[in-house]
Design a binder for this molecule. Structure first.
Ligand code: SF4
Ligand code: SF4
Length: 677
């Protein structure tokens, strides 16, 4: 008779009440403890304010399943990510395999006599689970070596970590012992044995034991394995294991709004007793849930420009302090726990949020505390910030210039001012730095020159333009931001502007995203994208010169808006050969000026901009190209601080294009301007 490829489920332990009764009782108890544990946690989340995060449930579910199963977020940091991903897939397959076994034994076979674990399917099933277990053990070992032997800086090791490693090792190893003992009695000489290679090797190693010994070992280990597996389920809410559920669920509740847009405060709300976050209860439930989803992987901290320049800000610590406050029921001011220096140090670069595998939103939590400090206490990180706010209140810019001189930079180019003639193709929203700062007015002039060469009619608001309010908003001054924004919106609407182009990514992000909450709904384009369009439309001719350069992705064009290729294409068109820096594209290191820090002195730790220009100099390139007035300002300052003036020249991409511009002869030949999207 031909051999059937299958095995007896519940071999040696029996399939009667004496096995199933305690087994299912244990399972139900574990599930009840799990449910109770999470109910307790839900009550803690509920301390926070309400927030709607369940719209579009289909898309949210797909995102959650994709991220959890494919481990896409985790594997962005390659080595530990692959260890974790492979461990997850191994363990997950074992879980699915065990569930399939239970379904056959206790349901389809028991009630309907249907067995599907047989034949070729069973052989494939056996080898898949066997290898999955092996991969899981090896990867768990690799993670153990990383955490306990290599000990990367900043990776904290707590009681939970030891428990997790110990329990998972025990579950996996006892699983193999059960398999080995069973195979030593039932399969050692069978052709089926090769389909469980790890079990087969273990079975061979146990061959000195007699059948009685093997059966006793099997039975004891089977119950021990079951007990630990149920312990694992019950422990989920009370240990770091909970991240299996909370981290995945946090993807479901992720913000689907535009990246980097802050929530707009209702400053007219007469019921509001405070603005921003004073105590933990001012945060939303999602902020508290975020803390419960953190895996303490420290990726955010490793990338934080403030933390890596010795400032007292660790985004990981902020999240975990918030969680501790929530679970300890602390009612005092959160800023006393976070500390003011930590709160003011953030540049809102989004490096933390971008890399976080748990979809945690760090930036809003920090800005919310700034809002309470500014709006409730009138507190700023320094006199210089206070004075910049006052200047902005009076003259619409933080640089101390009179509002009436805002359009003077454009006079020598005779740029159209909207008040005189609003028949233009684009409105160039210059922003404060390009309007007043001598270094940055060169960028504004370069941009206008390029547009003119392309036959584009450019208009500016001149003295009617106000600061977009971004640095004030990021510093927590929501009131001043909204005042400036409403004035700008009123002006743009008065001129019926359809398309705004900016040379400042902070203006771009604010006008394109934040102003929408206040009613502005027009096209806003960054100059990098706009110039790239003009090049593609053959409206600009550039003579490529041989330029040795590196390129800095500003946080607000890069991570906040995913614009990485257009600037690189422009640099290529200008003959630039880019040597990429150590941290580039979505991993780029901040210049230090975001989050309103452009208005503040950097008093703690080493200088972020100096660190960045050193990264640029290490490429050996002669030009440090960027796309943002804040970056340019910080790099001009940084090359001096690092004594690299002779080595590295900071420039905006518009400047390098204009330097290599092949002058057109006939603008009419380009035809009328049709705005392409
Ligand atoms: S936004 Fe940037 S500076 Fe702020 S905490 Fe995150 S990584 Fe650090
Ligand atoms: S906040 Fe995110 S990136 Fe930071 S430690 Fe927690 S899980 Fe990791």
């Amino acid at each position: 008779m031909e051999m059937e490829f299958t095995r007896e489920i519940y071999w040696n332990v029996g399939h009667g009440f004496l096995t199933l009764g305690p087994m299912y009782l244990l399972a139900l108890t574990a599930i009840a403890i799990l449910a109770y544990g999470f109910l307790l946690r839900i009550n803690v989340y509920k301390q926070g304010q309400s927030l709607a995060r369940t719209d579009n449930p289909g898309q949210r579910t797909v995102n959650t399943i994709k991220t959890a199963l494919l481990q896409t977020s985790v594997t962005r940091v390659t080595i530990p990510g692959i260890f974790h991903g492979l461990f997850f897939w191994g363990f997950f397959l074992l879980f699915i395999g065990t569930t399939i076994i239970v379904i056959q034994a206790d349901f389809t076979d028991l009630f309907f006599g249907v067995k599907f674990l047989r034949g070729t399917f069973y052989k494939l099933f056996s080898i898949t689970l066997d290898l999955a277990g092996l991969v899981a053990v090896i990867m768990l070992g690799a993670l153990f070596v990383r955490r306990y032997i290599l000990r990367p800086e900043g990776l904290e090791t707590k009681r939970d970590d030891a428990l997790m490693h110990g329990l998972l090792f025990a579950i996996l190893l006892t699983g193999f012992i059960i398999e080995g003992a069973r195979m030593a009695v039932t399969e050692i000489d069978s052709p089926l044995a090769v389909w469980s290679p790890v079990g087969f090797v273990l079975a061979k190693s146990m061959s000195s034991l007699d059948e009685g010994g093997l059966r006793s070992l099997h039975r004891f280990t089977w119950w021990f394995h079951l007990l630990m597996a149920m312990g694992f389920i019950a422990s989920l809410p009370f240990t770091k294991f909970r991240h299996i559920l909370t981290t995945s669920l946090n993807k479901f509740f992720a913000d689907h709004g535009p990246t980097g847009k802050l929530a707009t405060l209702d400053l007219e709300d007469e019921e509001a007793e405070s603005f921003g976050v004073v105590t933990l209860q001012d945060y939303t439930w999602k902020d508290i849930f975020d803390a419960d989803a953190c895996t303490l992987c420290k990726r955010c901290q490793d990338r934080c420009p403030a933390f890596t320049t010795e400032k007292p800000l660790s985004p990981m610590k902020i999240i975990n302090q918030l969680g501790d406050m929530a679970f300890q029921g602390k009612m005092d001011a959160v800023v006393d726990t976070f500390t003011r220096d930590a709160i003011w140090a953030c540049t809102t670069c989004r490096a933390c949020q971008d890399i976080c595998p748990a979809s945690i939103e760090h930036v809003g939590k920090i800005i919310d505390v700034r809002r309470s400090l500014v709006l409730m206490e009138g507190e700023f990180p320094g006199e210089e910030v206070m004075s910049a706010m006052e200047d902005t209140e009076v003259n619409g810019n933080p640089l101390g210039f009179g509002y009436a001189s805002r359009g003077e930079w454009a006079e020598e180019l005779n740029v159209t001012v909207m008040a005189d003639n609003s028949d233009v193709d684009i409105l160039y929203f210059a922003g404060c730095f390009a309007s007043f700062d001598a270094r940055n007015t060169k960028v504004a002039k370069s941009f206008v020159t390029l547009c003119r060469e392309a036959g584009i009619k450019v208009g500016i608001l001149g003295r009617e333009e106000k600061c977009c309010g971004e640095p004030m908003r990021k510093m927590g001054n929501e009131y001043l931001y909204q005042t400036l924004a409403m004035e700008n919106i009123e002006t743009l609407e008065r001129y019926n502007v359809n398309t705004v182009v900016t040379t400042c990514p902070h203006c771009f992000n604010t006008l394109a995203k934040d102003y929408r909450d206040l009613g502005l709904d027009i096209e806003v384009i960054s100059h990098a994208v706009y110039l790239d369009r003009l090049m593609k439309d053959d409206r600009l001719s550039i003579d490529g010169a041989d330029v040795s350069c590196t390129y800095h992705d500003s946080c607000y064009l890069g991570r906040h808006n995913d614009i990485y290729d257009a600037p690189r294409q422009l640099i290529g068109a200008a003959g630039g050969t880019i040597t990429e820096m150590e941290k580039n594209r979505d991993q780029a290191f901040c210049c230090s000026a975001g989050g309103g820090r452009i208005l503040a002195e950097e008093k703690i730790g080493s200088r972020i901009n100096v660190k960045r220009v050193r990264m640029a100099a290490a490429t050996g390139a002669h030009h440090l190209l960027s796309n943002c007035p804040f970056c340019l300002t910080m790099f001009e300052d940084g090359v001096k601080g690092a004594e690299l003036e002779d080595q590295l020249i900071p420039k905006d991409i518009a400047e390098i294009l204009v330097e290599n511009l092949k002058k057109k002869t006939d603008s009419a030949a380009r035809g009328p301007f049709i705005h392409s999207k």
